[in-house]
Design a binder for this molecule. Structure first.
Ligand code: ADP
Ligand code: MG
Length: 293
């Protein structure tokens, strides 16, 4: 039989927009030592817009943007949408692209006018072994310090442009970090974005532990890393990429418009897409435990 108090919790939770898929995890929430948040779309709004760009000598900005938009034309990623919008705003005609390929956690590639073209972040450059020209590196450094995500355009092995995209920290995130600290919980952040951007966001929020430039297939290892330190670990995320980490966590929490995969991998689903519900979840779990004693 289900202990009455647990049944009550579950309906209380439901009334607070928390769907509990695993009751044990709901009980474990009161003992969490650390909670890891996915950055983009969880701690930040995730609505990137292109705010600045730079190109190498001889490459026109409009041509670079149109080319990037062509490569991104098949992608649903927020970055892709932002690049297409930026091209639209300049009324650019995007060239035809074929042979689209999404490279998980790195970027996208396609063929355009007989060239092999990529758009992606730091993890893509590592994979392609691309050199960043000095002035584009300076552009990227400056953007990173301003917490702007940078993606690069690579045409036939040559890095020809960089785009800086703005994302904003969600207002609730500040209160979430403070409240979790008050509860004695370590706050960590996990992202495929660059170390610079991750550090800037973490500094601003007062986050304790940062995992940046993490590939989707390695995200669950970061959960394990904290668990190996003897910690009970919660993970909050929304994306397909977060699913293995949600599964690995002691308490996996899918938030908001989470993808089906994230929802199926989570122990608790926060329906209202409000990160403050993570704090409410911990408090509800603590309150129930006291009742049971
Ligand atoms: P996160 O880990 O922040 O949730 P993702 O795993 O979706 O983000 O992507 C990680 C990184 O991969 C992004 O920050 C970006 O550098 C790159 N990336 C992914 N998809 C795309 C895309 N369609 N266009 C350009 N870059 C991309
Ligand atoms: Mg994500």
């Amino acid at each position: 039989a289900i202990p009455l108090v647990v049944a009550i919790n579950t309906s209380l939770a439901a009334r607070n927009g928390m769907l509990v898929r695993d009751r044990i995890a709901m009980e474990d929430a009161r003992n969490l030592d650390a909670i890891i948040f996915d950055k983009t779309g969880t701690l930040t709004e995730g609505e990137h817009g292109v705010v600045d760009m730079a190109t190498v000598n001889g490459v026109d900005e409009d041509d670079a943007l149109a080319l990037a938009a062509a490569v991104e034309s098949d992608s649903e990623h927020m970055i892709a949408r932002a690049i297409r919008e930026a091209a639209d705003e300049r009324d650019l005609t995007t060239p035809d692209a074929t042979a689209f390929e999404a490279i998980k956690g790195r970027g996208v590639r396609a063929n355009v006018d007989g060239n092999e073209v990529y758009v992606g972040g730091p993890n893509l450059l590592t994979q392609l072994d691309s050199e960043i020209p000095a002035h584009l590196q300076r552009f990227a450094d400056e953007a990173g310090q301003n917490a702007q995500t940078v993606v690069y355009l690579v045409r036939d092995s040559e890095l020809i442009a960089a785009f800086a995209m703005a994302d904003v920290i969600r207002e609730e995130s500040f209160r979430v970090v403070d409240a979790l600290h008050d509860l004695g919980i370590e706050v960590a952040m996990l992202t495929g974005d660059s170390q610079d951007v991750a550090n800037a966001v973490a500094d601003e929020l007062g986050i304790d532990t940062v995992f940046a430039e993490v590939l989707p297939e390695d995200k669950d290892e970061k959960v394990q890393e904290l668990q190996d330190q003897g910690k009970l670990v919660g993970m909050v995320g929304d994306g397909v990429n977060d699913a293995p980490a949600l599964t690995r966590a002691d308490v996996g929490i899918a938030i908001g418009s989470g993808t089906d995969v994230a929802v199926q991998s989570a122990d608790v689903i926060l329906v209202q897409n409000n990160p403050m519900d993570v704090v409410r979840l911990v408090k509800l779990s603590k309150a129930s435990y006291r009742k049971m004693q």
